[in-house]
Design a protein around this ligand. Structure first.
Ligand code: AR6
Length: 178
């Protein structure tokens, strides 16, 4: 996988379940009991122990995040966050999506995590348009990293080529910024 971007923000194209990082972020639903898309892939790769731990987490509100172990994944931890369903953009979606990235990074920092990988939260089943979602992801992570030493590195993991190109352009644009 080819990584692009500035020192602490990177983008790769591929399957997030294969990454050897301290934590991968899951685009979950509020039950935290699994689903399709990246959530299904993470639970399949992590094994049933992940679902067992998720049952103890008490669900998760939209815009918030919870942390678990990674079990059979190469990643040590999974940070489960719940993105907003796209309802046209006037229902607080942008604030909720930014909150997903911020809360995930706060949990990572509190756990002493150095490297975190994010999927493109809400842009699959939840229907968030990819361009504004990418801008929110990059802006929120960049400003968090500017204010915190941990995590040291954030990797955006794009499943498709179009998302990869979007993130690559957004990261190149911001190069030189903190
Ligand atoms: N690695 C990286 N990205 C992936 C992978 C993967 N293995 N698989 C899919 N994606 P989605 P949402 C991308 O639908 O929109 C679930 O059922 C995918 O191409 O997984 O936040 C949950 O339980 C897209 O860009 O998440 C919820 O009910 C991105 O991951 C609901 O879907 C997010 O797509 C959450 O919907």
């Amino acid at each position: 996988m080819k990584a692009e971007g500035s020192e602490r923000l990177k983008v790769v194209q591929g399957d997030i379940t294969t990454l050897t990082v301290d934590a991968i972020v899951n685009a979950a639903n509020s039950s935290l009991l699994g689903g399709g898309g990246v959530d299904g892939a993470i639970h399949r790769a992590a094994g049933p122990e992940l679902l067992a731990e998720c049952r103890t987490l008490g669900g998760c509100a939209t815009g918030d995040a919870k942390i678990s172990r990674g079990y059979r994944l190469p990643a040590r931890h999974v940070i489960h966050t719940v993105g907003p369903v796209w309802r046209g953009g006037a229902a607080g979606e942008a604030e909720l999506l930014a909150s997903c990235y911020r809360r995930s990074l706060e949990l990572a920092a509190a756990a002493g995590i150095a490297t975190v990988a994010f999927p493109c939260i809400s842009t699959g089943v939840y229907g968030y348009p990819p361009e504004p979602a990418c801008a929110i992801a990059v802006d929120t992570c960049r400003s968090f990293l500017g204010e915190h030493a941990l995590p040291r590195e954030v990797i955006f993991v794009c499943f498709g080529r179009r998302d990869y190109e979007l993130y690559r352009a957004a990261l190149v644009q911001g190069e030189g910024a903190p």
